[in-house]
Design a protein around this ligand. Structure first.
Ligand SMILES: C[S@@+](CC[C@H](N)C(=O)[O-])C[C@H]1O[C@@H](n2cnc3c(N)ncnc32)[C@H](O)[C@@H]1O
Length: 427
């Protein structure tokens, strides 16, 4: 085993989504084994792990491919340089480097030629490093620079992915742990499209929340084969808390560009199946005549002259048969409503209110009955024609509705839902 000490990256000054400045959240042996088991590679000669941390992924890989040479890299000089000592497999061919993975010249620093690695495994840090010109080159080499609206959108997760792609050989395998953004956010749909067109993305497994100690982030396992032709279909699965995988559902490339999470596609497939039995409209886009987003931000609520309906004003769920009504104290008479409408957006009787942000947004539903009311910018008012309103409300109060709202939302600490996420819900 050898170790070389390279330069540390410059300070990470942009705000991070996690509380650890290097995004050190370590993979459990259960998840590591599942990722390694999902990689079809009979006898790889060269294995790589960038951002190796505690070495959980490398240990699982080294146990499976005992004759391979293993190279690991981490910037944290306290990260172990040897694999788990309790593991008895001899690993004479392990080399660890303390170095910045986001160095454009990484391949020279660690003595690996670009395009030579057989299998790479990686759980990248979910942080935003301060932008450097190296990053543009890394993204460009990996064919990803044109996939971003702005290069500054690239977080360490995407940069690590790109660096892995540079080092992998054609037909080499990459097993990755990915954050929610790259898998579901609209702003990364061109990244997904580029990856799906250039490589064969074999499968994406949605992990249970809380699988990494210290964070509730939604994460996924993904396996791809570099430059192995376009992806026609991706297999999507979900892992239970006991580590068991669900049966796969398969989605075509266009659907996978939109999102790559099991929960979203499983819910759409259930409702597509139902719609074969029912002639009624089944997507929110078809039944909503308007979606009004409130305009009063939370800091302006106390000084606003009228009560503003906000996240804390939703009643707790009371069962699928109950109707949660916006309390009378929020109702404005017609004259006041006309006046207030100059300064704020109003929901009107018949509108169904849902939360747009927050960890428990899937549970927050209320019907406007007593009169127009002012809503905060964390609330959407859904307006539907009379004949669809009841069906829509019942769906939102049901377990299926909760699942659909939960999977439509994304984000880690602050979950949020856009209008287009909402329109895509099927029921
Ligand atoms: C999410 S942890 C994953 C650790 C390990 N691979 C695992 O799965 O348990 C990310 C790792 O990347 C390392 N890291 C963060 N920024 C890095 C950089 N610029 N260069 C190299 N390693 C980095 C952290 O020290 C940490 O060990």
């Amino acid at each position: 085993m050898t170790a070389s000490v390279g330069s540390l990256p410059r300070c990470l000054s942009r705000p991070s989504q996690t509380s650890d400045p290097w995004g050190r959240y370590y993979t459990s042996p259960l998840v590591s084994r599942s990722l390694i088991d999902g990689i079809e590679a009979p006898q790889p000669k060269l294995l790589l792990e960038l951002g190796s941390g505690s070495g959980s992924l490398s240990s699982a890989a080294a146990n499976r491919w005992q004759d391979a040479k293993l190279v690991t890299v981490d910037v944290d000089c306290r990260a172990p340089r040897r694999l788990d000592a309790s593991d008895t497999t001899p690993r004479l061919k392990h080399t660890h480097f303390v170095h910045d993975v986001l160095d454009e010249a990484l391949s020279d620093r660690i003595g690996l030629k670009l395009g030579t690695v057989d299998v790479a495994v990686c759980n990248p840090p979910y942080i935003r490093p301060r932008w450097r010109s190296d990053f543009g080159k890394i993204l460009e080499d990996a064919g990803l620079s044109g996939a971003l609206l702005s290069l500054f959108d690239a977080g360490a997760d995407l940069l690590f992915l790109a660096q892995n792609l540079r080092l992998l050989r054609n037909n080499g395998k990459l097993g990755l742990i990915l954050p929610d953004g790259l898998v579901t956010a609209e702003r990364f749909s061109r990244v997904r499209q580029t990856l799906l067109r250039q490589h064969f993305v074999q499968q994406v497994v949605q992990l249970p929340r809380g699988v990494f100690k210290g964070t509730e982030a939604q994460t996924y396992l993904a396996v791809l084969t570099k430059s192995a032709g376009e992806t026609g279909e991706v297999s999507l699965k979900q892992m239970g808390t006991d580590g068991r995988l669900s049966a796969a559902i398969h989605v075509g490339q266009d659907a996978a560009v939109k999102r790559l999470d099991y929960a979203f596609h499983a819910a759409s497939q259930v409702s597509a199946h139902r719609s074969c039995e029912s002639p009624l409209p089944t997507s929110f886009r078809q039944v909503l005549t308007a979606v009004v987003r409130g305009s009063i931000c939370s800091s302006a609520i106390p000084s606003f002259p009228k009560p503003v309906f906000h996240l804390g004003d939703f009643a707790k769920p009371m069962g699928e048969q109950a109707v949660r009504i916006v309390p009378r104290r929020f109702a404005l008479d017609a004259r006041t409503a006309q006046r207030v409408a100059h300064d704020a957006r109003l929901a009107v009787p018949g509108d169904i209110l849902v939360a747009r942000v927050g960890r428990s947004l899937a549970d927050q539903v209320a019907l406007v009955v007593h009169g127009p009311c002012v809503i905060s910018d964390c609330i959407f008012a859904l307006r539907a024609a009379d004949d669809h309103r009841e069906k829509l409300y019942r769906f939102l109060e049901s377990e299926m509705g909760r699942l659909a709202l939960g999977s439509a939302a994304h984000g880690v600490a602050a979950r949020f839902m856009s209008k287009s996420n909402l329109f895509d819900i099927h029921f």
